[in-house]
Design a protein around this ligand. Structure first.
Ligand code: SF4
Ligand code: SF4
Length: 135
């Protein structure tokens, strides 16, 4: 409702109800997040993973500068499409094998970095770095 309030301490809340395996993660750090879920799955008992960053669907930027695709480096593997990010779409430009390359809508990108972390070709970079990368 837009009213000022206090932040719930989820770690203390979980401890108070008896949870012993608690992980707090930056969900935009894929390795850290995967590691936390792996440990939670292996723990014998209830676990909680706390995602401690603004939701990617909130209308606010994680980073001010959006990400973009270096078309020449994209091999059309589609890994970045599988994230489900609304800013990523199939380009009309095709690879030699006929697969569509990725393209990012700079206005929709919140700068969350997930696509750049999954791209095996390092084809996704900050829009400000693209000019250097294609030289
Ligand atoms: S993950 Fe990288 S190489 Fe694969 S389609 Fe996306 S931008 Fe292209
Ligand atoms: S950084 Fe990539 S995954 Fe994140 S909002 Fe931008 S295009 Fe989508």
């Amino acid at each position: 409702m837009g009213e000022q309030t206090f932040q719930v301490d989820f770690v203390k809340l979980c401890e108070a109800i008896g949870v012993r395996d608690i992980h707090t993660v930056d969900p935009y750090d894929l390795d850290q997040t995967k590691d936390a879920f792996q440990k939670a799955l292996e723990f014998d008992g209830p676990s909680v993973v706390i995602s401690d960053k603004p939701c990617v669907l909130m209308p606010r930027k994680i980073k001010e500068t959006p990400y973009t695709v270096i078309s020449d480096s994209c091999n059309g593997c589609k890994l970045c499409f599988r994230i489900g990010c609304p800013a990523i779409a199939a380009s009309k430009e095709l690879t030699e094998k006929g697969h569509p390359k990725a393209i990012i809508d700079l206005d929709l990108c919140t700068g969350c970095t997930i696509c750049a972390q999954v791209c095996p070709e390092n084809a996704i970079v900050l829009a400000t770095e693209k000019a250097h990368a294609v030289r």
